[in-house]
Design a binder for this molecule. Structure first.
Ligand code: AP5
Ligand code: ZN
Length: 208
């Protein structure tokens, strides 16, 4: 299965992506994680570090190159899940070209809908274990003792507001684009992680 998860910041893309990928045996390709890894390795140019920290998008060519190289890798042959990509119209058409090179296309684009009033709290109280990459929430999914917790710099309240407006301005328009092509499925991301997973699996036609 080749699928895309789309949704606003804090919608639960990363959380659900890990569950789907473990179930399907496919890799999770998160452009956000790839950019954060490049930053940690000192390989992300300073202007892009600043863009991310301010809640803007990095240039389309940068993420397209990352995805193009990643989907060529052998573990992506059986399928893959794209988390947080594409995010703009040029990224969506760029992705079509990348997949077209391999005579393949997306199977499904799954949108996770969460009202904006819930997103702020989800992002601000998120913590990630830097050793395992596991995503926690201080209130809804508390980390175990001993986890090495990180707080993302773009999870500051004012940056989350900016990320939400970036999503509305740049990414929300992708939903009608994929709907017209019969690729779009939508689920509500409100409820517990387990409740959302049930809806996601039902929409994808897979079982736990
Ligand atoms: P990225 O890392 O993709 O961030 P995002 O899209 O803003 O999404 P998040 O990771 O914040 O949220 P999520 O939906 O994954 O939610 P999660 O599962 O963690 O991008 C970061 C930045 O990189 C961008 O701003 C941009 O600068 C750059 N970038 C990345 N891709 C790019 C691209 N394609 N083009 C250009 N620039 C790009 O959950 C959030 C919290 O909620 C967690 O604490 C979790 O435990 C909790 N939670 C999850 N589900 C539930 C639930 N059902 N109930 C209660 N809590 C829940
Ligand atoms: Zn994420």
């Amino acid at each position: 299965m080749r699928l895309v998860l789309v949704g606003p910041p804090g919608a639960g893309k990363g959380t659900q992506a890990k569950i789907i990928c473990a179930n399907q045996g496919i890799p999770q390709i998160s452009t956000g994680d790839m950019l954060r890894a490049a930053k940690a390795a000192g390989k992300l140019p300073k202007d892009l570090v600043e863009k991310m920290a301010a809640g803007g998008l990095v240039p389309d060519e940068v993420v397209l190159d990352l995805v193009d190289a990643r989907v060529e890798e052998p573990d992506c042959k059986p399928g893959f899940l794209l988390d947080g990509f594409p995010r703009t119209a040029p990224q969506a058409t760029g992705l079509d070209k990348v997949l077209g090179k391999h005579d393949t296309e997306l199977d499904v684009v799954l949108a996770i809908d969460v009202p904006s009033e819930l997103l702020q709290e989800r992002a601000v109280l998120r913590r990630t274990d830097k050793r395992t990459g596991q995503i926690y929430h201080l209130k809804y999914n508390p980390p175990p003792a001993g986890a090495e917790l990180e707080h993302r710099p773009d999870d500051q309240e004012e940056v989350v507001v900016k990320r939400l407006s970036t999503y509305e301005a740049m990414t929300a328009e992708l939903l009608p684009f994929y709907e017209k092509r019969g690729k779009l499925k939508r689920v509500s991301g409100v409820g517990t992680v387990e409740e959302v997973t049930e809806r996601v699996f039902a929409a994808l036609g897979i079982s736990l």
